[in-house]
Design a protein around this ligand. Structure first.
Ligand code: ATP
Ligand code: MG
Length: 365
């Protein structure tokens, strides 16, 4: 997958323009607040129409305008394609190869990218929910069916939890608990299985990237930690049995606390460098390298599934990395199109082959 051209109109602080990126590495540099992340965000928006910064649609429109439009020509599925998104405050209009589409989901099948931004460091720095979110969004992107399983699990879980709270007031309700337990076990086991499979694929690839970034100095491991003792080779049926047993064991505790104390909603992903927890022991540069390796691995999994190399968008990754690690990211991610933003002019000198964009108050040169 390669972006051939990107045109923007009334978008954020960027001056209306067209860029024709290099098919390899593109460095976007400039001072703070010039529009570097805005440009990267524009390249990401074609993945489904949502900002990776959690911005609302109308925040994408230039302040004094009433619509914003992005147009892209890209190479994917072995042909040149076109996509257009228009944000007009109320809704977005999507056009792919000249045909208007009803949903943003149709874009996901055509164009794919992976983004790293400094906020993704929360994957290591914050609690388990961030890591579950990362894995869940990856598996949902892989298959719509996974999104259905996840949403069913979450819905049943919240129903079970409200029943648990009611039981403390009306103990006779306890017998209705099993109504929720079985569907929760079924969907929960499928969810755990998908997550374990995905973590396994991710772990192998992330480990390879991390070896490259750290020039062989560090070993990265990623493991799924299940609160129900589900193991890598367990079948869905075996995981169901373990979940059922755990729910039975925890029943009194669940009623006492009014919440479901074990299950995939309490699981975690352990990220280790040289056998030690990255959250507790890794340096800033190591944490950044680990998250980057995970993100690049996410791109690797997508590549296998879609048969396409996703576009790699790296926002502000180079700070805190030593020269060897910077060089790896700028010159060694072969075969894919990469966009890297940075503030320091010196980074562009590291680039062996590619294009450099300079951003100054929304003007690209
Ligand atoms: P940094 O190096 O600090 O990350 P950056 O170059 O990535 O900076 P951006 O996040 O791209 O900066 O933002 C550039 C500017 O765009 C911000 O100062 C912001 O005020 C401006 N901006 C954001 N949204 C809009 C909008 N809808 N209309 C006009 N300007 C906007
Ligand atoms: Mg930025």
């Amino acid at each position: 997958m390669k972006v051939i051209a990107l045109k923007f109109e009334n978008y954020r602080n960027l001056n209306d323009d067209i860029i024709t990126p290099h098919e390899g590495v593109n460095i976007i540099y400039g001072d703070n607040a010039q529009g570097k992340t805005n440009l990267l965000e524009a390249l990401w928006l074609f993945c489904g129409g949502h900002s990776f910064r959690g911005s609302k649609d109308n925040e994408l429109i230039k302040w004094d305008k009433n619509y914003a439009r992005l147009e892209m020509r890209f190479y994917g599925q072995e042909r040149e394609q076109k996509a257009k998104i228009t944000f007009n405050g109320r809704q977005k209009k999507i056009e792919i190869n000249g045909i208007e589409k009803k949903s943003t989901a149709s874009m996901i099948e055509k164009y794919c990218a992976v983004v790293f931004s400094p906020e993704h460091l929360s994957l290591i720095k914050r609690g388990p929910s961030e890591r579950r979110k990362f894995i869940d969004s990856a598996i949902c992107r892989e298959k719509l069916q996974n999104a259905v399983i996840l949403s069913k699990y979450n819905r049943i879980l919240s129903q079970r939890n409200s029943l648990l709270k009611d039981i403390s007031k009306r103990p006779s309700l306890e017998e209705t608990l099993s109504i929720w337990d079985e569907p929760l076990i079924k969907n929960g086991a499928m969810l755990i299985k998908k997550r374990i499979e995905y973590t396994e694929m991710l772990s192998a690839k992330a480990s390879e990237y991390h070896t490259g970034i750290s020039q062989g100095k560090e070993k990265l491991e990623t493991k799924y930690i299940s609160t129900t003792n589900a193991l890598q080779n367990d079948t869905v049926e075996e995981i169901e049995k373990k979940l059922r047993k755990k729910f039975e064991e925890n029943r009194a505790e669940d009623i006492k606390t009014g919440v479901t104390n074990a299950g995939p909603h309490r699981d975690d992903i352990e990220i280790l460098i040289n056998g030690k927890s990255t959250r507790q022991y890794a340096s800033q540069g190591q944490q950044r390298s680990a998250v980057l390796s995970l993100k690049l691995a996410e791109a690797g999994v997508l590549r296998e599934r879609m048969g396409e190399e996703p576009v790699i968008l790296l926002d502000d990754v180079l700070s805190e990395l030593d020269a060897g690690r910077q060089n790896y990211l700028i010159n060694e991610l072969k075969g894919c199109q990469v966009f890297i933003t940075c503030c320091e002019q010196s980074n562009k000198e590291l680039l062996k082959d590619g294009k450099v964009y300079y951003l100054d108050k929304g003007v690209i040169s």
